[in-house]
Ligand binder design. Structure first.
Ligand SMILES: NC(=O)c1ccc[n+]([C@@H]2O[C@H](COP(=O)([O-])OP(=O)(O)OC[C@H]3O[C@@H](n4cnc5c(N)ncnc54)[C@H](O)[C@@H]3O)[C@@H](O)[C@H]2O)c1
Ligand SMILES: O=P(O)(O)OC[C@H](O)CO
Length: 341
């Protein structure tokens, strides 16, 4: 943990969705110069000229420190840190298009919470592969960070995980402000698994709510969800303490209980009887990562021999047409066991 963190003043955020825009605001409110890349030129123009992103964060005024462009080369020019704020399943394609433009020394900051379908890789693994950087150059952001609340300036904390403490510290200094308190951590595996797995558990909690079930059921799903993500983490070398922290319990509680969560809302729609297609159509183009990550995390758990029954149930409801009530009954009817076995 020796060394001095470089001061990061100029950052680029690639992705102008909910979290990319809210995180850019965090950085701007911390006094940093931020350029957002937006896929749609009209979104870039609105951010640059009117300091708003009405598609994703209506009614939020963005700091004047933030500018935007739809040209990735212009966005990345001179960046000391590059924040990747696109969905986990498109990150590989997005990053492949940008990799030749990334400043070689820039710290790469990952906001995405998911496990890639097919490769079963965590986001930092995808970034290291495509950008050809060491893992010490990649900082993972995780924790209870519902974008709208952060954009409103409501107090929240996060974890910045990196194997290189100085790089985590540099992003900590760049993002710390009056309402956003980032902590550093070196457990990248645990922080990424926590962020990806909690989306699947939030689907299940939403589904329970959609079925008219109450707080006991939700608390059971959160707690047993924590147990299954911790089992997966243990198998992959994560620090068990991470799951007791912001990237574990913290994010589970926020995502599984807030109506602002896209994953919880998605699950609620399924619980109310909507089909996958109907629930997808209602997302307004915003990503509910758990819908795809339930499949990749399930495959990962099967390949490692880790029991993840809630994740398995969510995969079967989302992708095998199993009725939520039946999935719930099957979860309850599994063989009896010790709490920690
Ligand atoms: N929204 C939150 O509260 C929040 C908080 C923490 C982490 N996250 C994570 O951050 C990541 C991004 O989430 P978000 O909320 O900003 O998502 P979003 O759906 O609001 O925005 C996604 C952004 O990616 C862009 N994009 C680029 N290429 C794309 C493609 N091929 N397909 C779809 N979109 C593409 C979109 O234009 C959009 O600007 C996710 O992994 C999410 O789990 C979100
Ligand atoms: O809206 P969700 O369900 O993608 O959750 C957002 C964040 O990950 C909460 O920390």
């Amino acid at each position: 943990m020796a060394g001095t963190a470089t001061e990061v003043q100029r950052l680029t955020v690639l992705g102008a969705g909910s979290w990319g825009t809210a995180f850019a605001k965090v950085l701007g409110d911390a006094g940093r110069d931020v350029t957002i890349w937006a896929r749609r030129p009209e979104v870039a123009a609105e951010i640059r000229d009117e300091h708003r992103n009405s598609s994703y964060l209506p009614d939020i005024e963005l700091p004047s420190k933030i500018t935007a462009t739809a040209d990735p080369a212009e966005a990345l020019d001179g960046a000391q840190a590059v924040v990747l704020a696109v969905p986990s399943q498109t990150l590989r394609t997005n990053l492949s298009e940008w990799s030749g433009l990334l400043p070689s020394e820039a710290i790469l900051v990952s906001l995405a919470k998911g496990v890639e379908l097919g490769t079963l890789k965590r986001m930092s693994e995808v970034i290291a592969e495509i950008a050809r950087v060491d893992d010490g150059q990649i900082v993972v952001v995780s924790g209870p960070n519902l974008a709208k609340e952060i954009a409103l300036g409501q107090p929240a904390a996060a974890v910045l995980a990196c194997t290189d403490h100085d790089n985590a510290k540099a992003i900590q200094q760049a993002s710390f402000n009056q309402y956003f308190r980032p902590y550093t951590n070196t457990d990248v595996v645990g922080c990424e698994l926590g962020g990806a797995c909690k989306n699947v558990i939030a689907l299940s909690c939403g589904m329970a709510a959609g079925l008219g079930l109450g707080a006991n059921t939700v608390a059971t799903l959160i707690t047993r969800g924590l147990a299954e993500m911790a089992r997966l983490g243990a198998k992959l070398g994560a620090d068990p303490l991470t799951f007791a922290g912001l990237a574990g319990v913290g994010d589970l509680v926020a995502t599984c209980s807030s109506p602002l969560s896209r994953n919880r809302t998605f699950g609620e729609r399924l619980g109310q009887g909507e089909t996958l297609e109907q629930a997808l159509a209602a997302t307004g183009g915003q990503v509910a990562e758990g819908v795809k990550s339930c499949t990749s995390i399930r495959e990962l758990s099967l390949s490692l021999g880790v029991d993840m029954p809630i994740t398995d149930a969510m995969h079967r409801v989302c992708h095998e047409g199993v009725d939520p009530r039946r999935a719930g009954a099957e979860l309850l009817g599994r063989s009896q066991k010790h709490e920690w076995s």
